[in-house]
Structure formats: structure tokens, C-alpha cells
Design a protein around this ligand. Structure first.
Ligand code: GLC
Length: 773
């Protein structure tokens, strides 16, 4: 039974916090504060005393919070002061957020009103409709049953953050619970006009982001939880994976085939079978006798190699990683001190306790031999953590907790030093959703430490709010079926709206047999998703780009070539995500928040502001209907113009899918390459799609694509504008190359307007250019 907190009396200010207490039992406190000007925090404590133990911030020494957090990346001190607001004003800003808090003997709940027009987005990786209003589900990471689908209640990565959007006025706001245990979310399911989030324990911490646009909410949310650092450019290319390529010889064949058959590809991935009986950080030396040689050959072909590492560590007293972990007490234990064990690929395993920085440091350093051999990046899987002897085979229920670590494992975190950087020891039940993220963090920080001059690239399956600081995410084990192309779109858009911009799905589908048509349509979906990797489970027919012959092979190639042409545009979007938290793959409402129809579109997405991609997701379909928001749109393939503000049917022969360019936009592109850094982008083509009497502006972002020098400002910006006024067409280019000089001879400027195409080439490097066409 929950008791609503009422009759709060103001107790005073403590540091930055304004504290209220309940007048009668149970005694609780609500402490609120304003961070920056658009972020508020309120925490409910089941206590009559303010817990003012001040731990250091999870991500390092800089900054402190009034408690320990895995999710939050920024200490209170790092928010610039909002000025000296008078106490009465701060109290009046916070007071509306003091309503809706309730307490039960072992749980705490926050309930927020849902406006009649409000839709609910975000909430991490979830199947089903994009708008979560009317649904109830747990926030609890699991490895779902094989063949997850719309009814699956929870997946590998859950994020206790939602964005509410009222479509009638286009206003957005956000709510985050800073909680890594289970959160029971009810978005207007039991009470149509209220959203509630319930946690167990003695403290409930919520952040509120005031918007008012979806972009503002993302900016505010990622200012708190962190943003994706720029990944290496090659990670934005097309990747080829398989469970599993089984030998060095096979890797060589796949890479060579990619090149011979002109399928652009930047990386080949090694799944679990490269190891010695699934022992992490080892090789099966009979099938991979000379990894260094294999990798140097790949590098010579412009390919990278990514290897998988799972947390499950084989119990084997002759295995060095196990020995070290036992010797130094690095593995997870129950409260009574017993080791937690579970079965994964290697058989019986123990699991590193990534809550401790000493364990993360150890794990991070274990990557050294792989890096020395030339491996470029890491893939962390099964890190919910999944324990396969407990895998769920039935449709999981809302109660599903089964196939993972036990609730009563005690993560040691700061151990004897709870006020140190790791915080106090925590039961798995309160830490669970952070396990995968902290594994990815150990990997990311390890790679950064071992190769301080290169940008790490880590792919993770599990994570929670803040995982974007360490890794990209893919949506796990989908199925080779049409429904999964459709399912991918709302899922990945919501992940992007939960702060994780670098996201993708297994192209071709993981479980089951793909076929030529399905593979092509999957590739057309993946071609413009942030992460673009073909992956397939063991035992299925092959699904590499050439596997089904013509016309499928050519259609696959041409989808991926489109991605490579647009790489300058995508790269700039990655930078935007890294600097402002904006998703790369965006729901239509992101740019059209007041458009009711756009708000309901789940089967198409924007790539940045200028491209709208509407993949085909029905067998045999050669056309589909697409909603184009207000304005004029150009067909990417034909250049035909269409008025927006309604639905239209567009043709989509196998080698194409409906793809549109917003009028009054500038799209940078380059020639097709076989890997992203094959040549400098030469010429850089700037295609302006213009309405008559229109103005377009764009800033292209470039840097060296691999080092961290961009963080010191080593980047180039090129401002471009295009103005069309009756018959006068002017393009201006202004280069800002002081800190980084892209190697470029020429710009090719193309302007489409009023049925005409104008074109001119201009020499690069002149600083500022005014071009009349
Ligand atoms: C998990 C992963 C999948 C991988 C397999 C074997 O099912 O999600 O991508 O291929 O494990 O490692």
C-alpha cells in the first residue's frame, strides 16, 4: 500500500538542496535542486535525516554528487550557477515537482500527470509501438527469449527515461530516474492520465528536463548523462559479422570477396569461436594460427578486425584470467561470500564485478595482447549478464528476472572505502541494469588507456542510461523475417531518443534463414542507420552480400554505396550527436513536434534534418505509402519534387527504397569508396535542393577521423549557404581550416531548383567563396 506524501513542511536549504519533510510518519524528506536552468532534481529519502554523505562522481575525481550514481556523468558543481535566485523563487519552481511522491514499506513511487494529448517516447530498447502510452513494463535488462517480438516485455538495454510530447502544442519534457535496479513503469496503463515509476529501497531520485522542444530535452538529458565521444570514422562504415567465421582462412576469404566484388566494408567481426573453448582473451590456435598475420592482411585491405569478449569467465584453474580473478578477488560473490557461478558458452563461469574500479582496470588491461596483435575494437556481449542455463524459453512475463545474476549478489564497488570513487557496496538487485554498461566502460577505458591516441570503438548489447559514454548498441538477436525490419525502426528511434545515438540492428536478421529480397530490404534499412552490420546466427544459410546472387547482390551493394556516398553527412551527424546529444536516426516528431501525423509515423525515420528514409518491410512490395511532413521534398533517386503535408505512394523497385531530401537543404557527399578512409573525399559534392525563393544553410564537420585531436579543436568547419531568388542562385562557402585542413582540391556544387539543375566546380582552399550559378 502506497501512502501519498502530503503536508510537506519546508525544512531549509542544505548546500544546493531545498529540503521538505513530511509532518507525520513515515518520516521522509524530499530534497530538490535546480541544475543549470532547465534541469531539476528531486530525491525522496525514507529518512528524517538528509543523507549528506558526499561520494565522488562515478566517472572520476572531478565533481561530487550528494550520492553515488552510475548513470549521471556530471557532478553538481559542474553545473554553472543559475545566478542567485531568491529562495522564494526557487521554492516556487520546485513546488510543482513535490507532488506525486508516494511511499510503501519496501517501495517508493513517483507519479507524474499525463496531459490528454501527451505521447510517451524513449525508455530505451523496447519492442512494440513507439509511443509507450498505455503500457506497463519493467526496466530490467535480460536476454529475451529467442525470437523476441512486439509482446516481449523487456530486452537487453533498458533506460529509465521518458520524453513526453504534447502534440497539440509540440512541447516536450523529460523525466529520468537515477536508478539501476528494477523500475516498474506504468505509462498510463492503470490510470490513463498518470505516468508512474516505482522502485524498491529507500531512495528515489528523479531528474526533470523542461524542454521545450524534443531537441532541448535530449540536450539537457545528455548534458547530465553524458554524450557519445566521437567514434573512429571506420566504425561508421559497413561491417560484416557471423556467428562464427571459424578460421583465419575463412576471414581471408570473406575480406577478399568483399574487395573483389566491390562491397564497401570497413570491418570483419570475430564471434566466440575464435577463442580457445570460449575462454576470453585467448585464440583457438589451430584455426587461427597466426592472428597477427591475418590482421595485417586485413589492414592492408583497408579492413578492421573486431573481436567479441563476454563477461562469463570459464572456471578453469589452468586459465590465467580465472586464476588472476580468484587471486585478487575480482569476481562477483553472494552476500555470504560464496562465488556467483552460472553457465554461459564456456560452461560454468564466474563474472567480474565491474562495480569496482580495480576490476575495471584489470579487465581493461586484459585487452592488451589482442590490441598488440592488431585487433581494432571490441564487442561486449551477454553482459546483462545472461546466464544460459537459466535462459527463458517461454514468453517472459512482467515478472521475468530469471536468466541473470541473483538479486543477492553483493557488488563490492568501493568496498572498505564507500566514500571513494566507486561508492558503497550495492546488492545486484539495485545494480543490475548497470552491469553491462560498467563492462563496456571497463572496455572503453581499457582501450583508451592502451591506445591513448586512438578513439576506442566498443559495441555492447546491454546498458542503461549513460551507456552512450562508452559504447554503441545493437539490438541483439532479431529474426530473419519481414516484421523485424518494421520492428527495428520504432525501437532504434526510441533508443536514439534515450541518448544512445550510435545504434543499429543485425542486417539480414540473426535467427532463421534470410533470403535475397529480405536481405536487400534489411540492407536498405541498415544503410542509413547509425550502426550498419550484417550478422547471422550459427546454423543458418549464409547471408553475406553475395549469398543470394543477382539481382540481390547488386541491390545490396547499391544500398551500402549510398551510405558511403553520404559519409560526410553522416560524419557531421555523429559529431552533432557527440556535441549536443541529438540522435542521428530521428523520429519525424523530432523536427515536426506539432504535426500530429508525423508524431504517429513509426515506419520511416529522418537521418538528421534533411533525409527521410522509408524502408520497405513487406515481402514482394515494390511501393509503399509515406508521410512527408509540411514543405517540399525531393526524391533522392529521381530528383522529382513532392509537396509535403500528406501521404503519398512511392515506387520502390528492389534496388531502391523511398528516400527523400527536404527542400532548402544542403547535402554533402563524396565518391563511393571501398572503405571510409580509402581516399580523401574528392571532390566534395554539395547538393542543394532548393524551393524557388529559398535559403539553405549547413555546416560540414570534418576531422582526422581517428585521433583525439578533435577534442583540442583540431577540426574543420565549412559553412555553406545557398540562396535562390527568382533567377538568381548564389552559393557561399566559407572554410574554417585553421586547426585542421581537410585534403581537398575541389568542390562540386549542384543546385536543383524549379526543375532545373545547375552545376559548377570550384577550387577548394580559398577561404571564402561566392559562387553564382
Ligand atoms: C548472442 C549475441 C549474438 C552472438 C551470439 C554468439 O546471441 O547476441 O550476436 O552471435 O551470442 O556469441
Amino acid at each position: 500500500m502506497f501512502t501519498e506524501l502530503s503536508k510537506l513542511s519546508f525544512k531549509g536549504t542544505f548546500g544546493r538542496e531545498y529540503v521538505w519533510q513530511t509532518a507525520k510518519k513515515p518520516n521522509c524528506l524530499l530534497a530538490g535542486t535546480i541544475l543549470g536552468s532547465q534541469v531539476l532534481r528531486v530525491r525522496l529519502l525514507r529518512s528524517s535525516r538528509l543523507d549528506n554523505t558526499r561520494y565522488q562522481l562515478a566517472d572520476g575525481g572531478a565533481g561530487t554528487l550528494p550520492y553515488h550514481s552510475w548513470i549521471v556523468a556530471k557532478g553538481d558543481e559542474q553545473w554553472h550557477e543559475t545566478g542567485q535566485l531568491e529562495e522564494a523563487i526557487v521554492r516556487s519552481i520546485l513546488e510543482p515537482y513535490l507532488q506525486g511522491w508516494a511511499i510503501a514499506p519496501d517501495a517508493l513511487r513517483l507519479t507524474r500527470p499525463l496531459a490528454s494529448e501527451e505521447r510517451v517516447f524513449g525508455l530505451g530498447e523496447r519492442t512494440g509501438t513507439m509511443n509507450k502510452r498505455g503500457q506497463a513494463f519493467p526496466i530490467w535488462n535480460i536476454d529475451p527469449h529467442k525470437g523476441h517480438g512486439p509482446r516481449t516485455v523487456t530486452m537487453y538495454t533498458s533506460i529509465p527515461f521518458y520524453l513526453g510530447l504534447t502534440l497539440n502544442d509540440g512541447r516536450a519534457h523529460g523525466v529520468l530516474l537515477d536508478h539501476t535496479g528494477r523500475v516498474d513503469v506504468d505509462m498510463g496503463n492503470s490510470n490513463g492520465s498518470a505516468a508512474s515509476m516505482t522502485v524498491q529501497g529507500d531512495s528515489l531520485i528523479a531528474y526533470f528536463f523542461t524542454g521545450p522542444t524534443p531537441a532541448d530535452v535530449l540536450k539537457q538529458y545528455t548534458e547530465l548523462t553524458g554524450r557519445m565521444p566521437m567514434p573512429p570514422r571506420w566504425s561508421m562504415g559497413h561491417h560484416q559479422c557471423r556467428w562464427s567465421y571459424l578460421s583465419q582462412k575463412q576471414i581471408h576469404q570473406i575480406a577478399t570477396r568483399m574487395r573483389e566484388r566491390n562491397h564497401p566494408c570497413d570491418a570483419i567481426w570475430l564471434d566466440i569461436d575464435y577463442t580457445d573453448e570460449y575462454r576470453n582473451f585467448t585464440w583457438n590456435t589451430s584455426t587461427f594460427p597466426d592472428p597477427e598475420q591475418m590482421i595485417s592482411e586485413l589492414h592492408a585491405q583497408g579492413m578492421h578486425l573486431v573481436t567479441i569478449i563476454d563477461p562469463g569467465t570459464k572456471i578453469d584453474k589452468h586459465y590465467a584470467v580465472y586464476q588472476q580473478g580468484i587471486e585478487h578477488d575480482y569476481f562477483c560473490r553472494f552476500q555470504n561470500g560464496e562465488l556467483f557461478t552460472g553457465t554461459v558458452w564456456p560452461g560454468a563461469c564466474v563474472f567480474p564485478d565491474y562495480s569496482q574500479s580495480r576490476v575495471r582496470d584489470w579487465w581493461g588491461n586484459l585487452y592488451q595482447p589482442l590490441l598488440q596483435q592488431g585487433v581494432d575494437a571490441m564487442w561486449n556481449d551477454m553482459n546483462e549478464p545472461a546466464v544460459t542455463n537459466l535462459l527463458v524459453h517461454d514468453e517472459p512475463t512482467a515478472e521475468t528476472k530469471t536468466n541473470t545474476m541473483s538479486d543477492d549478489v553483493l557488488h563490492q564497488a568501493g568496498r572498505e572505502q564507500p566514500t571513494g570513487i566507486d561508492g558503497p557496496p550495492t546488492l545486484h538487485k539495485f545494480y543490475h541494469n548497470a552491469y553491462g554498461m560498467e563492462m563496456a566502460r571497463a572496455t572503453y577505458e581499457g582501450l583508451l588507456h592502451l591506445r591513448p591516441d586512438s578513439r576506442p570503438f566498443v559495441l555492447t548489447r546491454s546498458g542503461t542510461a549513460g551507456v552512450q559514454r562508452y559504447a554503441a548498441l545493437w539490438t541483439g538477436d532479431n529474426t530473419s523475417q519481414w516484421a523485424d525490419i518494421l520492428m527495428a525502426m520504432p525501437m532504434c528511434m526510441n533508443i536514439g531518443m534515450s541518448g544512445v545515438a550510435f545504434v543499429g540492428v543485425d542486417i539480414g536478421g540473426f535467427w532463421g534463414a534470410s533470403n535475397g529480397e529480405l536481405l536487400v530490404r534489411f540492407a536498405q534499412l541498415g544503410a542509413l542507420m547509425p550502426f550498419c552490420r550484417n550478422h547471422n546466427a550459427m546454423g543458418n544459410p549464409d547471408q553475406e552480400p553475395w549469398s543470394f546472387g543477382e539481382p540481390f547482390e547488386s541491390a545490396y551493394r547499391s544500398a551500402i554505396e549510398t551510405r558511403y556516398r553520404l559519409m560526410p553527412y553522416l560524419y557531421t551527424l555523429f559529431h552533432e550527436a557527440a556535441s549536443s546529444g541529438a540522435p542521428i536516426m530521428r523520429p519525424l516528431y523530432y523536427h515536426y513536434p506539432q504535426d500530429e501525423q508525423a508524431g504517429g509515423v513509426e515506419d520511416a525515420f529522418l537521418v538528421g534534418e534533411s533525409l527521410l528514409s522509408a524502408p520497405i518491410y513487406e515481402q514482394g512490395a515494390t511501393s509503399r505509402s509515406v508521410y512527408l511532413p509540411a514543405g517540399i521534398w525531393f526524391d533522392y533517386w529521381t530528383g522529382d519534387e513532392y509537396p509535403g503535408g500528406g501521404w503519398n505512394t512511392f515506387t520502390a523497385p528492389l534496388e531502391r527504397w523511398p528516400l527523400f531530401i527536404r527542400a532548402n537543404s544542403i547535402l554533402p557527399s563524396g565518391p563511393v569508396m571501398q572503405f571510409v578512409d580509402q581516399y580523401p573525399t574528392e571532390p566534395l559534392t554539395l547538393t542543394c535542393h532548393m524551393a524557388t525563393d529559398g535559403l539553405a544553410t549547413y555546416t560540414l564537420y570534418e576531422d582526422d577521423g581517428n585521433s583525439l585531436a578533435y577534442q583540442q579543436g583540431a577540426s574543420a568547419r565549412t559553412d555553406i549557404s545557398c540562396r535562390v531568388l527568382k533567377d538568381f542562385v548564389t552559393v557561399e562557402i566559407e572554410e574554417h581550416f585553421d586547426n585542421y585542413r581537410p585534403s581537398r582540391e575541389e568542390y562540386e556544387v549542384i543546385v536543383h531548383t524549379g526543375g532545373r539543375t545547375l552545376q559548377k566546380k570550384v577550387q577548394a582552399g580559398q577561404g571564402k567563396m561566392v559562387i553564382r550559378l
